[in-house]
Design a protein around this ligand. Structure first.
Ligand code: URQ
Ligand code: ZN
Ligand code: ZN
Length: 519
């Protein structure tokens, strides 16, 4: 038996079809020291001890998935999300995802850097695959507090700068909802977007009008609607679409690239699609939930079932929504997929049994995203295998400046690889999933497209249903600023769209009753 270290060092994946976002080719892949060394036909590396061989005949060999949006062990709404960085990343691996990007979220008035450090110290000892962290900007201040040790706290801009320069953060999320908790106003959005632009970061928004949600929730409760359906009724599609449009307008005013997280509705997706057609640098992220299920579940007679789907923005009751979002993902109007994996079990959800506003928001997805997208996107005939790779890993890697180390199988890339059987099927169920919660929003869905083996940095961490993971083996991945995929366009736009003053003769008439002196 090869030792753990040797097994990690040399790997040959034989006879599969290597699929990148731009090309598919039948080839072997040879990996050494965590990195792809060769891609080509009939590779014959030295057969010495420690060479692990995986047969991929009749299978696809794809870059490991990148889940752009997770919340592991997140303290939220009086509870803490059930999947921690161990169960969450283990479940990710079982589903063919080899990297997650989670969110460090400070309370209002608290240090962004401390939040980052807290999240990193939670993740480091537990992660089974690579990860990175977006940071949320939940407040703004330009105030300088001169008390010793506080200088950095009060200057959010300085903290953002330091996170970019010292901690490898290149994306910041702003919430337009969760009033009084995380929500920022338009002026704060303007400041945060301007700062992102200056630093070469990608601005992300949770786009919902938080004021309208607060009013809508009061109205529903006053009408006696206390169940999960109230969650959707108090924040209909236009609440999401309005905020999406507003965020795009503000970002465009400072020429900041914008990334709209968890796109949940047809209306919001259309706003993004129109903005892209107008040349704005905006990216939309539908999630496994919005592509795989819908908001009719909020009207389920079983309270626990309905509550399990509560998340913000909500799933939409229009059953054509998932198909519509998938069409836009296939044609390029939407760019990447995450999950917003933020799991709470039924007991935790029951905190809101008498009041939907108290149901912890969040659903599963990190394990099932790849299969759901294959089933609804590729198996349904909407996208090909290359577009599948683009929307499950490559585009994320490009937007967040991880490419081509991640999101591609090529010489020099990290050996994050999945052997994918497009013909095998599996049925999703909470009884068999690896996530920590006791409900699965995709329960009973039969998916074509199954990960047969998952390789993380050259180590086979999952094969045929068997894990070989170690907590803490994943690495934190730094993301440098100014991702060229995003910022090259931003700079080009700037070159052609700088306003110039109109040249005109000086005004020589009356000003408030006095004549203007001429030079
Ligand atoms: O809004 C989010 O992304 C987090 C805070 C909670 N989960 C959710 O319901 N979307
Ligand atoms: Zn959000
Ligand atoms: Zn989220």
């Amino acid at each position: 038996m090869p030792s753990q270290k040797q097994a990690r060092q040399r790997l040959l994946i034989k006879g599969g079809k290597v699929v990148n976002d731009d090309l598919s080719v039948v080839a072997d892949v040879y990996v050494e020291d965590e990195v792809v060394q060769q891609v080509g036909p009939n590779l014959k590396p030295e057969p010495s001890t420690g060479l692990v061989v995986l047969d991929a005949t009749d299978k696809l060999v794809i870059p490991g998935g990148i889940d752009t949006h997770t919340h592991m062990e997140f303290p939220f709404m009086g509870s803490r999300s059930k999947d921690d960085f161990y169960t969450g990343t283990k479940a990710a691996i079982a589903g063919g995802t080899t990297m997650i990007i989670d969110f460090a979220i400070p309370q209002k008035g608290c240090s962004l850097t401390e939040a980052f450090d807290t999240w990193k110290s939670r993740a480091d000892p537990k992660v089974c695959c690579d990860y990175s962290l977006h940071v949320a900007v939940t407040w703004w201040s330009n105030e300088v507090d001169n008390r010793a040790g506080f200088q950095f706290h009060k200057l959010v801009k300085k903290e953002m700068e330091s996170l970019v320069q010292n901690k490898g953060v290149n994306s910041f999320k702003m919430f337009m909802a969760y009033k009084d908790i995380y929500m920022v106003n338009d002026e704060e959005l303007y400041e945060a977007f301007s700062c992102c632009k200056e630093l070469g970061a990608v601005a992300q928004v949770h786009a919902e009008n938080g004021e309208l949600i607060a009013q809508g929730a009061k109205k529903m409760l006053a009408m006696g609607i206390t169940g999960p359906e109230g969650h959707e009724l108090c924040r209909p599609e236009e609440v999401e679409a309005e905020a999406t449009q507003r965020a795009i307008t503000i970002a465009n005013a400072v020429n900041c690239p914008l990334y709209v997280v968890h796109v949940m509705s047809r209306s919001s997706a259309k706003v993004i699609s129109n903005a892209r057609r107008e040349g704005k640098v905006v990216y939309g992220e539908p999630i496994a939930a919005s592509l795989g299920t819908d908001g009719t579940n909020y009207w389920n007679k079983d309270w626990a079932h309905a509550a399990a789907y509560v998340m913000g923005p909500p799933l939409r009751p229009d059953p054509s929504t998932p198909g519509f979002l998938m069409n836009l993902l296939a044609n390029g109007d939407l760019s990447v997929t995450g999950t917003d994996n933020c799991t709470f079990d039924i007991c935790q959800k029951a905190l809101g049994k008498d009041d939907f506003t108290k149901i912890p928001n969040g659903v599963n997805g990190v394990e099932d995203r790849m299969s759901v997208i294959w089933e609804k996107g590729v198996h349904s005939g909407k996208m090909d295998e290359n577009r599948f790779v683009a929307v499950t890993s490559t585009n994320a890697a490009k937007i967040f400046n991880l490419y081509p180390k991640k999101g591609r199988i090529a010489v020099g890339s990290d050996a994050d690889i999945v052997i994918w059987d497009p013909n095998a099927t599996r049925t999703i169920s909470a009884k068999t999933h690896h996530q920590a919660n006791n409900f699965n929003i995709f329960e009973g869905m039969v998916c074509h497209g199954v990960p047969v083996a998952t390789v993380s940095r050259g180590k086979v961490v999952y094969e045929g249903g068997v894990f070989n993971v170690t907590a803490g083996e994943g690495k934190y991945v730094s993301r440098p600023p100014f991702p060229p995929y995003v910022y090259k366009r931003v700079r080009q736009r700037e070159q052609v769209s700088q306003p110039v003053p109109v040249k005109r003769a000086p005004y020589t008439g009356m000003v408030s009753g006095t004549s203007v002196m001429q030079k």
